[in-house]
Write a protein that binds this ligand. Structure first.
Ligand code: UDP
Ligand code: MG
Length: 317
């Protein structure tokens, strides 16, 4: 009997959770009714919420628990969505595992079509992609598009523009994802890295059902840097290249200056340009050091082998 696990990361979602759960129940009911032997489990991961999310999750109960079982974990603090999804994957027992946001931006109504793709068309994973960014500030959309352009150019893994974390995967894919134990997790890159046959389902962007987004411009910017540092070493090569080019340039300058001094003598001039060059070189040095520092910091955190999350309470206790 195939079991579908639905992993739901929740951070301060007390308003949207009841709406979400009602919709999930309806979808599960529909699929169970059509295909008698499909069962569901919902794995809610409370990522250090400061509102009543945990209480809401504890109270959730499906009309028919044999068709939709509810399990949950609650973190000891906020560890981030990536950690929440990872914890949910570790917890999931299903033959198929799906991740979905709690705010209904990942419409549960797509689930039957996604399941059909895995069962009938032989794909290992079905992912969803927003075709538009309706309702998002234009600056945010612009930056997001630039980020996808850059990371796809400098990284070996495919990161699809508009890709959501909303996907349904077979057990094999999930085990693949779980085998990547890295501390700095960038799931869009991880999905690309594990590979497997993936079908993309496009859909129109949906606005959040209730509550508000946990992202602001700076957290997104930091997240995009994490993605680049995590899945590409191109910035290090760029730093070396910049160093090499400025050395060559300096060499040419030296030749020019020596020749000029031999031919025309050496009038005391050129302080402004000298200051500019010194400043530029100093800046370049610091920039390259900073890039190296980014990688070093990531490596440092990885070597500590800290757990990705700590659980305070769980449904099975
Ligand atoms: N989320 C989480 N931990 C966090 C931030 C967000 O588990 O630290 C969850 C959140 O509850 C939601 C999903 O991740 O279910 C997506 O968050 P959000 O809607 O804020 O992101 P957006 O859709 O705006 O990208
Ligand atoms: Mg959202």
């Amino acid at each position: 009997m195939p079991l579908i696990s639905v992993v739901v990361p929740c951070r301060n979602e007390e308003e949207s959770l009841p709406l979400f759960f009602a919709e999930l129940c309806a979808v599960a009911n529909g699929m169970h009714g059509r295909d008698e032997d499909v069962c569901f489990e919902a794995v809610f991961v409370d990522d250090g919420s400061t509102d009543g999310t945990l209480g809401v999750v504890e109270a959730l109960e499906a009309p028919d628990p044999s068709m939709l079982a509810v399990r949950w974990l609650s973190f000891s603090r906020n560890f981030g969505k990536e950690a929440a999804i990872f914890a949910g994957f570790e917890e999931a027992r299903g033959d198929y595992v799906c991740t979905m946001d709690a705010d209904l931006q990942d419409p549960p109504s797509l689930l039957p079509a996604m399941y059909a793709v895995l069962v009938d068309e032989g794909f290992d994973s079905v992912a969803t992609r927003r075709v538009n960014r309706e309702g998002e500030p234009p600056v945010r959309s612009f930056c997001a598009r630039q980020f996808y352009r850059i990371i796809n150019r400098i990284s070996d893994v495919d990161v699809v523009d508009g890709a959501r974390d909303y996907r349904l995967m077979t057990r094999r894919v999930v085990d693949g994802i779980l085998s990547l134990k890295e501390y700095n997790r960038f799931s869009k890159g991880i999905y690309g890295w594990v590979g497997f046959k993936t079908k993309w389902l496009p859909y129109e962007n949906v606005q959040r059902a209730a509550g508000e987004t946990k992202w602001n411009f700076f957290s997104l910017f930091r997240y995009s840097l994490d993605g680049i540092v995590g899945f590409s070493t191109a910035p290090l090569s760029i730093a070396s290249l910049a160093g090499l080019l400025s050395c060559l340039l300096a060499f040419v300058f030296v030749v020019v200056i020596v020749v000029r001094a031999l031919l025309f003598g050496d009038p005391v001039a050129g302080w402004p340009s000298l200051a500019c060059i010194v400043l530029f070189m100093g800046g370049l040095n610091l920039l390259c050091l900073g890039i190296i520092g980014q990688y070093l910091a990531k490596a440092y955190l990885e070597t500590k082998r800290r757990p990705l999350y700590l659980v305070r309470r769980r449904s099975d206790d």
